[in-house]
Design a protein around this ligand. Structure first.
Ligand SMILES: Cc1ncc(COP(=O)(O)O)c(C=O)c1O
Length: 394
C-alpha cells in the first residue's frame, strides 16, 4: 500500500514515545499521575451545560449547521471581543466558528501556503502549528525562543533569504509551553515586521483568560493591528470554560483571511452540533464565574507546585499565566528531556511532557500541566525527588 510522503513529516512526534512509556508503566502496575496533557480536569461551565441540555430537546438543533455557524454565535463573539479589547469586528465577515481552535490553526496553512513556502513558527511551540504547515506541504523556519529574550522571538535574526518565500508568522502568548507573556509593544513590532515582509500574522490565543493575580490582561493582536490589515486571532472555550471535549473555538480577524479559511473548512466539515454553539453563547455572556474560579484554582495549584519543586532544590520561576510550568531540567538530565520523561514515568508513574516535543529549543526543559489539585501535585514532586536522588544518572 502506498501512503503519502507527507505522513513521514507527521511521524516525528516524541509524544508518541511518551504514550508508549505511559502504557508500559500502567501494565507494570504503576499508578499514573498524569501531568503531561493540557486537558483541564475542571468541570465545564454550568451555564453552557444547561444551554446544551435544553438544545437537545429542540429538534431544530439536530441538523447540519453548515459553514457559517449561527449569526447569534458570531454576534456574541464580536460583542465579547469588543467589550474585552475595544476593537470592533464585523460578525458577518470577520468572525469564523471553529471546531476547536486547533482545527483552525491547522487548516489555515492550506489556505495560505503553496508547497515549499515558509511559515515562521515559535520554537518551542504548539506541535499542531507545525503539523498544519506540513500538511500544506510548507516548510518551517523555527524562531528560537530563549529565556534571556523572555521567550520572545527576535525578528531581526530571521535570515533574509527565508523572508521572500515566507507567507505567515505564528505567535501565541501567553505561551504554551514556556508560559511567557507578550506586551502590546511587542505585538506592534510583529505587525510592522509582517507588514514590511508581506506576511500573514496568526495569533493563537487560548490562554487569554488564564492569567494570574497582579498580571496585566494580555493584549490581543488586533489591538496592534486594529484595521485588521494582515492579522487573524484564534480563541477557544477549551481553557477558560473547561470545554475542551466540546470542540468549540473561533477566529477573528482580516476578512480575506477569514474567507480563505472558511473556503478550506467548507470542504472538510459542517461545524459542530448547534447546541454546543448555544452553550458557548451562554458561557461568553453574563457573569464569568467559571473563568474566575478556574483561574483561582490554577493559581493555587501553581503556588503549591512551585513551592514543592523549590523545596526539593529544583528552582523554577513561577509562571504568570497558563496552566503549565516550564522547568529547566537539572543536571545531569540537561538535553535529555525524552529520556528523563520516559524514565520518570517508568520509575514513578509521574507523566510529564518532554520539552523536545515542542521543538529543538525545548530539549533542556520539561512541561508540567497543572491538571491536578495541590495534594496530588505535591505527591508528584515527592516522587520526582525520589527519582532524582535514586535513579542512576544517564
Ligand atoms: C497553543 C494552543 N493552541 C490550541 C490548543 C487547542 O485548543 P482547542 O481545544 O481549541 O483545539 C491548545 C491546547 O492545549 C494550545 O495550547
Amino acid at each position: 500500500m502506498h501512503f503519502a510522503n507527507r505522513l513521514q513529516t507527521l511521524k516525528k512526534n516524541v509524544f508518541a514515545d511518551m504514550d508508549r512509556a505511559k502504557s508500559q508503566a500502567i501494565s507494570n502496575g504503576k499508578t499514573i499521575i498524569d501531568l503531561s496533557l493540557g486537558s483541564s480536569d475542571l468541570p465545564a461551565d454550568p451555564k453552557a451545560l444547561n444551554a446544551i441540555a435544553s438544545s437537545l430537546d429542540d429538534p431544530t438543533t439536530h441538523g447540519y449547521l453548515l459553514h457559517y455557524g449561527t449569526l447569534k454565535f458570531r454576534e456574541t463573539v464580536a460583542q465579547w471581543y469588543h467589550q474585552r479589547f475595544g476593537v470592533e469586528v464585523d460578525p458577518d465577515t470577520e468572525v469564523l466558528t471553529l471546531i476547536g481552535s486547533q482545527e483552525g490553526t491547522a487548516h489555515l496553512p492550506l489556505a495560505l501556503l503553496d508547497p515549499g513556502d515558509f511559515a515562521l513558527l515559535l520554537d518551542p511551540g504548539y506541535p499542531s502549528h507545525a503539523g498544519g504547515v506540513y500538511l500544506a506541504g510548507g516548510q518551517i523556519y523555527p524562531m528560537p525562543l530563549l529565556a534571556e529574550n523572555g521567550f520572545l522571538p527576535v525578528f531581526k535574526d530571521i535570515p533574509s533569504h527565508i523572508l521572500p518565500q515566507a507567507r505567515l508568522m505564528v505567535l501565541s502568548y501567553p505561551h504554551n509551553p514556556t508560559t511567557a507573556t507578550a506586551s502590546l509593544a511587542f505585538f506592534k513590532e510583529a505587525v510592522a515586521f509582517c507588514q514590511e515582509h508581506g506576511l500573514v500574522l496568526v495569533h493563537d490565543f487560548p490562554y487569554v483568560d488564564i492569567v494570574f493575580e497582579g498580571m496585566a490582561q494580555p493584549p490581543s493582536i488586533l489591538q496592534a493591528d486594529p484595521r485588521k490589515s494582515l492579522s487573524i486571532e484564534f480563541f477557544t472555550l477549551s481553557k477558560s470554560y473547561n470545554m475542551g471535549g466540546f470542540r468549540i473555538g473561533y477566529a477573528i480577524g482580516n476578512a480575506d483571511i477569514i474567507q480563505a479559511l472558511r473556503r478550506v473548512k467548507a470542504v472538510v466539515d459542517f461545524n459542530q452540533y448547534r447546541g454546543i454553539l448555544n452553550g458557548a453563547i451562554a458561557a461568553l455572556t453574563g457573569d464569568q464565574k467559571t473563568v474566575e474560579k478556574t483561574v483561582k484554582r490554577f493559581q493555587t495549584r501553581r503556588d503549591a507546585f512551585i513551592n514543592a519543586l523549590n523545596a526539593i532544590g529544583w528552582q523554577v520561576t513561577s509562571p504568570q499565566a497558563t496552566m503549565y510550568v516550564w522547568a529547566k531540567l537539572p543536571q545531569p538530565w540537561e538535553n535529555k528531556s525524552v529520556e528523563f520523561c520516559t524514565e520518570l514515568v517508568a520509575a514513578t508513574g509521574v507523566a510529564v511532557s518532554p520539552g523536545a516535543g515542542f521543538g529543538k529549543q525545548g530539549e533542556r526543559y520539561v512541561r508540567f500541566a497543572l491538571v491536578h489539585d495541590p495534594d496530588i501535585l505535591e505527591l508528584a514532586v515527592q516522587k520526582i525527588n525520589h527519582f532524582l536522588e535514586e535513579t542512576p544518572k544517564p
